[in-house]
Design a protein around this ligand. Structure first.
Ligand code: EPS
Length: 390
């Protein structure tokens, strides 16, 4: 069973990710993992922190001589900013005067709910863990999941649909998305140049006004065979698992599979993807006229590209803060402000790629099993043959 956990606080010494259940014999390309981490750090609208951090995946266990050995993989990501926080966030009992309290909760952030829940007098420790910095650890183990999926011919990438009011119009093809990943300047990771420019203007505008902006990213999983996930139990449905995985990312407030939102207001004839036969580019020979289902029907992958959208609320740290209450005096004050990003839609898309890759890798391992890549690939190829013979 593929399982993963993360630990670490935003300004603590390091983030740690643990991935258990990968078969032995998977080649682990460290440069690829670091490139994934780099991609997550990019994007127009990031704050000063990204100038400090240079995330790299330091593998502690589970990989020897460049390949997985079947035992749990632990990955450490150093927080370079830790040197500036060591005295205010010591592990041992330190000087309480050095503590940097978050004195008034930010609306939209975990600050208030977390402080109430954990009985903290202020929100420092809440934001330390609730912060999207944590998603870097997911990207590290998600990178390993992507390498696993690649062995099975699958790939997972993302692009940005909208930032604020600036939105692309049509569907972006897999080829366009794959071209985006080659860019050395990520900018807003948008496949339409003119729209990307408008997205950039949105961010500039927001920066000027001291506000923040959200948007929509889309993750696409390419070459996924039909048959992953099942309708047999509610919690084994692939769409349900993907929705939970993407929703678990910081600031995501809604998830959509394929054209789910517009489908709710359209007649069935305009929604469902008609079926044909005789295609040479699908394993089973069955083809579709379009992909409104987002590659999933009945909680099962249908062989089309899987398309999952995440809707991101605007960052809740505002330079021009909203109204709040002082934790200690209970007097009305402005919400706390500290250094922050103003737009993280492209970065959230990369983190969501990791979550989608981990979810699909988990489903693939449930279906094909195997303690070694040889065994997994043999089972996978046997299934592909079964689809061809269908
Ligand atoms: C975050 C606040 C900012 C972001 C951070 C998430 O950090 P800081 O307060 O240190 O400037 O930059 O994101 C990351 C550090 C990251 O790696 O994505 C928050 O409060 O959620």
């Amino acid at each position: 069973m593929l399982r993963y956990f993360t630990a670490g606080e935003s300004h603590g010494e390091a983030l740690v990710a643990l991935l258990s259940g990968m078969p032995a014999g998977l080649k682990v390309d460290q440069a690829f993992l670091d490139r994934e981490l780099w991609r997550r750090q990019q994007g127009y609208g990031r704050g000063g922190r990204m100038k400090i951090e240079r995330d790299t995946a330091h593998i502690l266990s589970g990989v020897r001589q460049g390949k997985t050995i079947g035992s749990p993989i632990a990955i450490l990501l150093q927080n370079k900013d830790w040197k500036n926080w060591q005295e205010s966030l010591p592990v041992e009992e330190g000087d309480s005067d050095k503590h940097k309290a978050v004195k008034s909760p930010r609306p939209g952030h975990a600050d208030l709910a977390g402080a109430l829940k954990y009985n903290f007098p202020e929100a420092r420790y809440v934001l330390e863990r609730a912060s999207a910095r944590e998603s870097a650890a997911r990207v590290a183990v998600g990178g390993v999941a992507k390498l696993f999926l690649r062995e099975l011919g699958m790939d997972v990438l993302s692009h940005v649909n909208s930032v604020g009011a600036a939105a692309i119009k049509g569907e972006i093809s897999w080829e366009q998305i794959a071209a985006l990943v080659q860019r050395e300047e990520v900018l807003l990771n948008c496949a339409e140049q003119e729209t990307e420019q408008r997205m950039k203007e949105e961010v500039d505008q927001i920066l000027k006004s001291g506000d923040s902006v959200g948007g929509v990213f889309e993750v696409v999983a390419h070459n996924v065979p039909p048959g992953l996930g099942t309708y047999a139990q509610w919690d084994e449905r692939l769409d349900a698992r993907l929705a939970a995985a993407v929703m678990s990312l910081q600031a995501v407030k809604a998830v959509e599979i394929g054209g789910g939102v517009t489908a709710a207001a359209s007649p069935g004839s305009a929604v469902h993807d008609e079926i044909g036969y005789g295609g040479s580019d699908t394993l089973s020979g069955f083809t579709r006229s379009r992909n409104n289902a987002g590659g999933i029907e009945g909680g099962v992958s249908n062989g089309e590209d899987i398309r999952v959208r995440g809707y991101l609320k605007p960052i809740s740290t505002l330079r021009r803060p909203l109204q709040s209450v002082d934790f200690s005096t209970r007097e009305p004050v402005k919400a706390a402000y500290e250094r922050s990003d103003v737009c993280v839609v492209p970065a959230a898309g990369v983190a969501a790629e990791a979550m989608v890759a981990l979810t699909i890798a988990g489903c693939a391992l449930e279906k094909f099993g195997g303690d070694s890549m040889t065994e997994t690939l043999r089972n996978f190829q046997g299934y592909c043959q079964q689809l061809k013979n269908y």
